[in-house]
Write a protein that binds this ligand. Structure first.
Ligand code: GRG
Length: 368
């Protein structure tokens, strides 16, 4: 199992072009380059920083100019995450004397969780925790929980009653393999297991921090998170007058909220102060929106084989997207500006922020 996980990661790292052609500029330099153009960020959407032009950070605020080799980082870190994810599935039948009647849903949960994916959410959790002085042992259960929740959201998003898709992570979607009923329940199984996993397996962290993380986890999934974002997304479908503010609202909730939890959760477990949590939150909301903008761009510029999911879907259903509202070039500029501003939030950590900064840059450089 571990060997096949490692093999998968080796293939992923070798095959993904974004991993190959990517070396990260020092945070300070990139922020400065972008800030000279003075892009305004998104207009008045609630909950994130917005509408201030990105001004050059003072020299003392610039992160240390250390090159970050993202390819090497993925090669070193992804096998660890893949192995831990596999173990999270193995532990169910092994330690919990699982009733054999539950094997179908367990298999279905495993099918989607272990189907690959970039694992960005667990990576930012581990990186944020380490940046503030914590360890992998403190944050790994929460890191895995973010991937369980993300995978659940993909399974449900692909259902015929939602986006109705048959390809995900290069494989047939969960409901195509197991049927709609099992797919719904596999998502539910992953979601509840995520909470159980944080509560049961987090070690060496004071209980109040774990409690805070569990509460935030609930919020990011619920009506003020993924669920709320998905509802407004569905309600906006087919409408010609979706505003920029609504589009931002959808993606702050549907996409950015889970990334925010992933980063902030890692920070809290590692002992971040209130002020640090605020910085992490702003960083994460920015990279979350940038992530979605790039997702929209890739949907109309890449093919299904590269994406591992059906390309051109947004246009086919006439969905409101960033490229549709802004055009491709302006969308890319917005994503770059959001990443630059996100990285400014990490400046006080200096070189300790190199991994999170590198992952932020990866978000705009990725090709799938
Ligand atoms: C049922 C409680 C409950 C919640 C689900 C379906 C739903 C509500 C929300 C949809 C959330 C969703 C699918 C948002 C899209 C986010 C996004 C950009 C996904 C792509 O993420 P990647 O590129 O995918 O990280 P990989 O496959 O690499 O992990």
């Amino acid at each position: 199992m571990l060997r096949s996980g490692l093999l998968f990661v080796a293939v992923l790292v070798t095959e993904t072009s974004a991993f190959n052609a990517f070396s990260v500029l020092p945070a300070g330099r990139q922020s400065q380059a972008i800030s000279t153009k003075g892009h305004a960020l998104f207009p008045a959407a609630k909950g994130v920083q917005r509408q201030r032009s990105v001004s050059a950070p003072p020299l003392r605020m610039m992160a240390a100019a250390t090159e970050f080799d993202v390819k090497k980082y993925f090669a070193e870190t992804l096998p660890k995450v893949e192995a831990a994810l596999a173990e999270s599935m193995d532990v169910l039948p092994r330690e919990w004397e699982y009733d054999s009647k539950a094997t179908t849903v367990h298999e279905s949960m495993r099918y989607s969780l272990m189907a690959g994916g970039k694992r960005i959410r667990p990576l930012v959790t581990l990186a944020a925790c380490e940046m503030v002085g914590g360890t992998d042992a403190m944050s790994m259960p929460t890191a895995l929980a973010t991937e369980m929740i993300h995978t659940m959201s993909l399974i449900h998003d692909d259902l015929p009653c939602m986006d109705d898709d048959e390809l995900r992570r290069g494989k047939p979607t969960n409901h195509v393999v197991y049927g709609e009923d099992i797919a719904v329940l596999a998502g539910d199984g992953l979601l509840s297991y995520a909470f159980e996993y944080i509560a049961r397996y987090t070690k060496d962290v004071p209980a109040e921090r774990i409690l805070d993380v569990i509460a935030r986890c609930g919020k990011c999934v619920g009506a003020l998170g993924l669920v709320g974002g998905q509802v407004v997304d569905i309600q906006s479908e087919g409408k010609k007058d979706v505003t920029f503010e609504t589009l931002n609202w959808i993606h702050e909730h549907k996409t950015a909220a889970l990334l925010e939890f992933s980063v902030v959760g890692g920070g809290i477990l590692g002992g971040a102060t209130e002020e640090e949590v605020k910085r992490l939150s702003k960083f994460a909301m920015n990279i979350g929106l940038a992530f979605q903008i790039i997702d929209d761009i890739l949907d109309c510029t890449q093919d299904s084989a590269t994406l591992g999911k059906t390309a051109g879907k947004d246009m086919a259903v006439d969905k409101a997207t960033y490229p549709k509202l802004l055009g491709l070039e302006e969308s890319q500029k917005r994503a770059d500006a959001l990443i630059a501003e996100a990285k400014e939030q990490l400046a006080p950590w200096g070189d300790k922020a190199r991994v999170l900064n590198g992952l932020a840059d990866f978000i705009t450089a990725r090709k799938n």
